[in-house]
Design a protein around this ligand. Sequence first.
Ligand code: CA
Length: 224
Amino acid sequence: MRILLVEDEEKIALFIKRGLQEAGYQVETCGDGNQALDDARNTDYDVVVLDIALPGRDGLSVCRALRQHRRTMPILMLSALDSVPDRIAGLDAGANDYLTKPFAFEEFLARIRALLRKIDATEATSLECADLRVNLLSHKVERAGRPIELSNKEFALLEYLMRSQGRIVTRNMISEHVWNLDFHTMTNVIEVYINYLRRKIDDEFPLKLIRTIRGRGYQISGEP
Ligand code: CA
């Protein structure tokens, strides 16, 4: 497993690199945002660990640019910032997880393992629900053959609903799986994103796929 570690503070970079190598990972380091973007676009890393405050280009911008270029590798964002808006900004930029410095190294490793497990679990390359089709590799979404543009976050939410097709997912489950954040900070954000998805996926079609299950959560289903 090959990891790109983007961190400009040498001591921290060396500490993390050694720890990852001891855990058996191959690690390359980079201390500049522009260089990191080049490296991550041109090499197939299994995970990118990305600091936010970087010379050249900050981590949020690197992350956004990678997702715009359809690079789908898991990204773990590191930052000294710990307010909820900062974490949301990191995740909305397309990061899969967010860890605040200083962190316990064991927790850092556990998060890397969790990100790698998610890749292994991705066996299907496309998911379908009625006439809605979601390609997990290209991130192309279409309904009745018409392409639908989604943001990274909308896509992640839709992917989670599709993987749970026919089951009810609670807001708590969504916040854990899609945002990796505590439920109580997330309620409004989830509703907002469900509405974004509905507008793009259901509004123009008589059969509504995304359903609200009152008092419990949401469900995607192709059954009339
Ligand atoms: Ca830094």
